[in-house]
Design a protein around this ligand. Structure first.
Ligand SMILES: Cc1cc2nc3c(=O)[nH]c(=O)nc-3n(C[C@H](O)[C@H](O)[C@H](O)COP(=O)(O)OP(=O)(O)OC[C@H]3O[C@@H](n4cnc5c(N)ncnc54)[C@H](O)[C@@H]3O)c2cc1C
Ligand code: FES
Ligand code: FES
Length: 1372
């Protein structure tokens, strides 16, 4: 691929691909048409801010702003698109703006980037460029509107738009709240007081002061200048030299027909019609097409035509454009009903994918995917209900079909083209025989894990009906019903005709509704293999009930006028939801004002200051460099893993699928190519082979490494590889913990890592009034979902040396592993790590193998080799959290005091030990948060043939926190007591804490949990809200609320950590630490510590030292014994290490300073350092901080109150509010700690409520993409999120009295799960009452983790509606 960056217009431009990136011109010749914009930008341009994270449109890391010039109207259109699916040839004539183009360090940062930094909205920074571009696109478009001019300093964007602007962007670190605040700070209608903690102002300052401190914004900042040289290019798209690019952009139907004809005649060439190419995000075809036909320039496919009969939408019209057209004021006078229908369709379309996908995805492409491949389409469902008509062209033949006919046909031939879709006006099908009272009801529904979209629905539905008030009764009569259901595991959307027929002409009553529902149950049945089939069917019933029941409850009210804007909120009309003038629900902002309370501490200035994260602004502009951003050295090759899909089998060989020989493959490397020991990881706890030798021990195990000329070719080759297995005479694999027990297959836990039992279990059990025996819980896994997947680059050096750049949390261990694997001495290897795009434990042991695989390949081929593991492979190979099975027996008194707890825990460690032996210690550290009286446990690490599990943020602690709460809730349920009282009575006293934790318990004054517990009850109005919730639940049938207050005690341990501080001649300071910066703010805290510690030299200019410090990348040869960055304490250990270094330097500098003071009266830092150089004082100090063994372990305390609302129809749980108080000691940096608390908590919500990470029966991970794995998004976090960081004063054994914040807050998220369980309990009680049982429900409900919508709904009763109707009929 050739690139020129000339700014003159070349004579050849007419035939070549021309576009601009950040104003720079690019002309390309001979592009492979399957090249994506992202591939091009990352490999051929300096613009690395476009990050690859999922490659399938599901995360937003790769967003760019695309600008198109319309020469006819002299207008520029700007919109965000994902660059990972956008094909390069499709941007011909366009201008692209990346985060670097929005602002950068040379030309000046943009206020968006400055505010992201100042609102502490960037942690690892991998999502940040995409976030900034998403917001930029929203600003550009809002400021183009003719809305009222905003006040100076603001844009025309509204708060609601600001929140939604990043709805399709994933962030795994921050928890979103600060990102949303940064976005809202631009909104015209923002209340500045609502914006959260930031570095610009303090709460309470006036709006003028606040605005004055914000990096200024004006309209100029939201202008995207379209390069003049591009305007001069001839019409976009149509001018590509099709020979060179194999890319055709026909501009008429005739041209299209002849292209298709030629293709048909020309046997053997494959061709693909495309519009936005977003379909590739789902289908990820591996076939290479010989040519592409871009439909976007054919006028018939791009029209939007409105006439009194309806709206016709060209098939190539994007979903965004269709929404706009459906919503806009029309010149054509449509009826109220037609407008209502159009608006509802548009509202539903706004939940399809995310804004940036809708900006390129076409309506036609969606329907074709639904028709040909049974894609679970929303558009098919909503358009089926309005009898949309499709215009189809096959050769010369044109056909008009109803959508129903279209969907029902066999898959459309590849030569057929969908031209347009007509949405008829409701009038055109109106039954004129109906009387005047007739009104149209039209509603669409969608149940999906994310309310705002970016998640496929479990089921979608659209209903329409004409209703009329019967003259002789108060009832309503239904006519012309249309009931459409889709996406539930059906080939395509369907009409429930039998139910429609049944309802037509009937006077609505409970009985009729019941019969309709019974009929519907037999029709909406998901196909075999669909997940949660019963749940999906129950949604169909639920939505129909939601649609019709208000008509029975309040027919007169409805006929009196609400019909025009009828919507389902009628069902929830007591939910305090406001309606706007159209009768639509007025949605409050997604997130309401949250409170952050922080106590600052000046004692060790600038330690304790909430300074912004080092490098945040570079992260926002995309200039921060991650491993995959390092330019490829000359001759660089790329690798991809071939992994096992079998749990236990002999590997006989690897070949490529017949007839599909992959391009560019250089080598396939297996265990046979390893020069030293077959080692993929090595820690003190055990080893793991780099590649399976003769035997693979589990699905997902590395078998080989394909090396090819590009990453794309390597990935394709790995996909095409077929591993030949042989299972003859092998024992069956172990695929469950139960089987591991049967076959005594365990990993050993060294006695020093096995915690001690507490008290006398038999005595405790004997003291109990009640006992629960052998209750069981199962917990699943969780995937890290770091935004940057595993990556490394190995570069061979002279004399058998190797430099490896690795995204790893423990370079020291990768270093050792690589040396042994290559069979060279340690000093031949250098592992370098600058920053990680998220780690969360997943870039520990598993990252060693990635770095080692590259090193082995580079060593063998003597060429640089790199890998950027694709998301699917990463999800399959990385392991994730440990699943486990827990059996508990508990004894307790009648007042709820627990006297004894016995636990049998079977942990599935998978095929390799990894760091599993730390699990028992971690689990007990968190489990002992309550005084259990006596505590006895048996924890086994089961060795299975399942994925090898690794440590994930709060490993074992989060499961233990859950187990503790499950036990408490079980006891409360058995005693019919308030759960909160059972928690209260079992909280530790300092004495019992001492008994359970020995030396880690610290002094009585350090035990702050009881005061946090009470303080939180007050600050969150816990008791008052508990009462209000009772009232809410009494008044609401289909929504139930729950609230829960949960404490945590979380034990952590300090580890030995090195540090090195050097002062350069100009007074600047360079620092190396053992800890790795992965978003947690380690470098920032280290810088603050250096500035504080060196200021103790007490000379002039030390107040500016912070600016003089640079922490540099970790280099395993320069800084040995770096250890693991894990366990929450590496920041403080690194701080302590550099503090000790600074003390050494101060000791060396002070005598000189005293001498200079005497001579000169005053001395400045720069002078002091210069003199130190002249006097040959050693200005570099290094140390290994080794914590005191008696005080290295300590406890962290916090508590959370969460309130949720469960929708009993869909099982959706909304987190209404969370309040946290977290004891940080004297926080080293409260802004960083706040970010850790919020981010960890939201990751915990993922574990407890959303993220399913399962394997198939062979142990192969099945949730392996953003389509199936759903981390929290901006619409699934607490709507109100209040966090207080408690400064609990002096802790003499801690680093400057500070405490950890990285992991413990994650375990607080159990409060959301407990609150959900409380709401579910209410629902079950109600369900029982409908069965005629009014006594309280004494059975304990085990709510699974994650408590996804299907799980919650199942517990609330999949047939709750049927039960309710039966009960109601019984009463009549
Ligand atoms: C992350 C993500 C989330 C999504 N979420 C949802 C969702 O929640 N609900 C939902 O309904 N959809 C969803 N989609 C699907 C999305 O709507 C479709 O991918 C999109 O509409 C396809 O349009 P396109 O222009 O990109 O089609 P392309 O990808 O360009 O084409 C798709 C297919 O249709 C063919 N084709 C396209 N146009 C025509 C035509 N006019 N005539 C004949 N053949 C044609 C192509 O050859 C190709 O086979 C999602 C997509 C992504 C990437
Ligand atoms: S990488 Fe493009 S959306 Fe995820
Ligand atoms: S800061 Fe968003 S993913 Fe790390």
């Amino acid at each position: 691929m050739e690139t020129t960056t000339t700014t003159t217009t070349s004579t050849s431009t007419k035939r070549c691909l021309v576009f601009a990136v950040n104003g720079q011109r690019f002309e390309l010749f001979n592009v492979d048409p399957s090249t994506t914009l992202l591939q091009f930008m990352r490999s051929q341009t300096p613009f690395k801010s476009v990050k690859l994270s999922c490659g399938e449109g599901g995360c937003g890391a790769c967003i760019v702003l695309l600008s198109k010039y319309d020469s006819v109207h002299d207008k520029v259109e700007d919109f965000s698109v994902n660059s990972c699916l956008t094909l390069l040839c499709s941007v011909n004539g366009c201008s692209i703006t990346t985060a670097e183009g929005v602002g950068n360090s040379k030309d000046g940062f943009h206020p968006i980037q400055e505010r992201f930094s100042g609102f502490h909205a960037s942690q690892c920074g991998f999502c940040t460029p995409g976030m900034c571009v998403s917001l930029f696109a929203a600003l550009v478009n809002a400021d183009k509107t003719n809305r009222q001019e905003p006040c100076p300093g603001f844009s025309k964007l509204t708060v609601s738009e600001a929140e939604k602007s990043i709805a399709g962007n994933l962030c795994r670190c921050t928890g979103y709240r600060p990102i949303v605040d940064a976005c809202k700070s631009f909104a015209t209608d923002v209340d500045m007081e609502d914006l959260g903690f930031n570095s610009f102002w303090r709460k309470g300052e006036s709006d003028e002061v606040k605005l004055g401190r914000l990096p200024p914004y004006n309209r100029k900042n939201a202008t995207c200048v379209f390069p003049e040289f591009l305007k001069k290019e001839t019409t976009m798209g149509a001018n590509l030299d099709s020979e060179g690019y194999h890319w055709y952009s026909p501009v008429s139907l005739e041209q299209l027909q002849s292209l298709l004809q030629i293709n048909e005649a020309n046997d053997g060439t494959s061709m693909k019609i495309i519009v936005g190419n977003t379909g590739m995000g789902y289908y990820k075809e591996l076939v290479r097409y010989d040519k592409y036909i871009d439909l976007r320039y054919i006028p018939e496919l791009s029209i939007i035509r409105k006439d009194p009969t309806g709206i016709e939408i060209g098939a190539a019209v994007t979903i965004s454009k269709a929404i706009e057209a459906l919503k806009e004021e029309n010149e054509v006078e449509f009826s109220q009903e037609a407008k209502l229908v159009f608006k509802k369709i548009a509202d539903h379309m706004e939940k399809i994918a995310s804004g940036f996908i809708r900006n390129s995805a076409s309506v036609g492409g969606n329907l074709i995917m639904a028709q040909r491949k049974h894609f679970p389409s929303d558009i098919a469902t909503i358009l089926l209900s309005v009898d949309a008509i499709l215009d189809i062209m096959t050769g010369q033949k044109r056909e008009k079909l109803t959508l129903e006919e279209f969907l029902g046909r066999p898959p459309l031939e590849s030569k057929s083209v969908l031209l347009s879709i007509k949405i008829p006006c409701w009038e055109s099908s109106r039954d004129v025989s109906c009387d005047n009272y007739t009104k149209l009801l039209y509603e669409t529904y969608r149940a999906a894990p994310r309310p705002l979209g970016n998640a496929l629905p479990y089921l979608n539905a659209t209903f329409s009906a004409q209703v009329s008030l019967c003259k002789n009764s108060t009832g309503l009569m239904l006519k012309n019903c249309r009931l459409v259901f889709g996406a539930y595991g059906t080939k395509h959307s369907i009409r429930a005709r039998e139910v429609e027929k049944f309802l037509s002409g009937k006077l609505l009553s409970i009985g009729v509704l019941y019969e309709a529902i019974k009929l519907l149950e037999t029709l909406v049945i998901p196909e075999d293999g669909t997940s949660s089939p019963a749940y999906r069917s129950s949604l169909a019933v639920g939505f129909l009930f939601e649609f019709l029941s208000p008509l029975i409850d309040s027919p007169v009210e409805i006929s009196d006028g609400l019909l025009n804007g009828y919507n389902s909120t009628l069902l929830f009309k007591n939910s305090n939801q406001e309606l706007d003038q159209f009768g639509q629900t007025k949605f409050p902002p997604l997130l309401s004002s949250s409170k952050q309370v922080i106590q600052l501490n000046n004692e060790y200035h600038p330690v304790g200051e909430p300074i912004t994260k080092t490098g945040a602004i570079l992260q926002a502009s995309g200039e921060a460099i991650y491993v995959d951003d390092i330019p490829s050295p000359k001759n660089c090759l790329h690798g991809a893993f071939i992994y096992s899909t079998e749990p236990l089998a002999r590997v006989k060989g690897i070949k490529f699928k017949p007839g599909l020989s992959p391009d560019g493959v250089i080598a396939v490397i297996s265990f046979k190519d390893i020069p030293g020991v077959n080692l993929g990881s090595k820690t003190v706890l055990g080893t793991e082979p780099l590649y399976a030798d003769e035997l693979t021990e589990g699905a997902g195990q590395r078998i080989a490494f394909v090396v090819a000329d590009t990453q794309k070719n390597a990935d394709i080759a790995a996909n095409l590889a077929v591993v030949v297995y042989d299972k003859e005479n092998l024992e069956p694999p172990i695929l469950s913990v139960e089987e591991a027990v049967e076959r005594c297959s365990f990993f050993k836990v060294p006695p020093s890592l096995y915690p001690k039992q507490v008290g006398d279990l038999s005595k405790g059990m004997a003291e109990a009034d009640h006992r629960i025996l052998s209750a069981e819980i199962k917990l699943g896994s969780q995937y890290y979902f770091y935004m940057e997947t595993q990556t490394a680059l190995a570069v061979p050096d002279e004399d058998n040396c190797m430099v490896v750049y690795s995204s790893i949390q423990c370079p020291e261990f990768a270093h050792d592993t690589i040396a042994r694997c290559l069979g060279v001495p340690g000093h031949n290897i250098r592992v370098i790590t600058r920053r990680l795009g998220g780690g969360f434990g997943g870039k520990g042991v598993k990252a060693m193998a990635v770095a080692t695989a590259c090193a082995v390949a580079a060593y063998k081929l003597q060429r640089p080799v790199r890998i950027y593991v694709n998301r699917k492979t990463d999800m399959i190979m990385s392991g994730g959290r440990h699943p486990m099975k827990i059996t508990y027996s508990v004894g307790f008194k009648a007042n709820g005091k627990i006297t004894a707890l016995k636990l049998d825990i079977l942990i599935d460690s998978g095929m390799f030990v990894d760091v599993s032996p730390i699990m028992p210690m971690h689990m007990l550290g968190a489990l002992k948060k309550y005084d259990w009286g006596a505590l006895s446990f048996d924890i086994k690490l089961c060795k299975t043939n399942l994925p090898s599990r690794a440590a994930m943020r709060a490993p074992g602690d989060v499961q233990a926190s859950f187990i503790a709460e499950a036990v408490i809730e079980h006891v409360a349920s058995a005693l019919s007591m308030e759960v909160d009282s059972v928690r209260n009575i079992n909280l530790h006293t300092h004495n019992s804490l001492d008994l359970f934790f020995a030396s880690a318990a610290g002094e009585p004054l350090e035990y702050t949990l009881p005061s946090i517990w009470d303080k939180l009850a007050n600050s969150s109005s816990f008791y008052h809200r508990t009462e209000m919730i009772k009232e809410f639940n009494r008044c609401h049938k289909w929504k139930k609320r729950g609230i829960s207050r949960v404490p945590i005690v979380h034990e952590v341990a300090m580890r030995a950590t090195p540090g090195k501080v050097s002062i350069l001649r100009d007074g600047s300071i360079v620092v190396e630490v053992g800890g790795i910066e992965m978003g947690q703010g380690l470098w920032t805290k280290v810088k603050q510590m250096i500035a504080y510690a060196l200021s103790l030299v007490k000379c002039g200019g030390t107040e500016d030292l912070l600016e003089k410090v640079r922490v540099i990348e970790a280099d395993s040869l320069s800084m040995i014994q770096g250890g693991f960055t894990a366990g929450s304490t590496t920041s403080e250990s690194s701080c302590e290490a550099v503090r000790l270094c600074c003390n050494i330097l101060i000791e060396r500098l002070v005598p000189l300073k005293e001498r200079l003071l005497e001579q000169m009266g005053s001395v400045e830092w720069e002078t002091l350092i210069l003199q130190a150089y002249l006097n040959s004082i050693n200005l570099s100090a290094s140390t290994l901080y080794v914590p005191n063994s008696s005080t290295m372990r300590y406890l962290n305390y916090a508590a959370a109150v969460s309130e949720v609302e469960v929708n009993l129809i869909t099982g959706e749980t909304t987190n209404l509010r969370t309040d946290i108080i977290y004891d940080c000691g004297k926080s080293l940096n409260p802004a960083v700690d706040l970010g850790q608390i919020e981010g960890a908590y939201v990751q915990g919500i993922g574990f407890f409520m959303l993220e399913e990470y399962n394997t198939n029966s062979d142990g192969l991970v099945i949730e392996d993409s953003t389509w199936t794995y759903k981390i929290p998004t901006v619409d699934t976090i607490p709507k109100q999120f209040n966090v207080e960081i408690l400064n609990s004063g002096n802790h003499k054994n801690r680093v400057l009295s500070s405490k950890a914040s990285g992991e413990p807050p994650l375990t607080l998220a159990v409060s959301v799960h407990c609150a959900t369980r409380a709401a579910v309990r209410e629902a079950r009680q109600q369900l029982l009452s409908w069965s005629g049982q009014n006594e309280s429900d004494s059975t304990f409900c085990q709510l699974d983790v994650p408590a996804t919508m299907p799980v919650v709904k199942e517990l609330c009763g999949l047939d709750s509606i049927q039960k309710f109707l039966q009960w109601t009929i019984g009463k009549i």
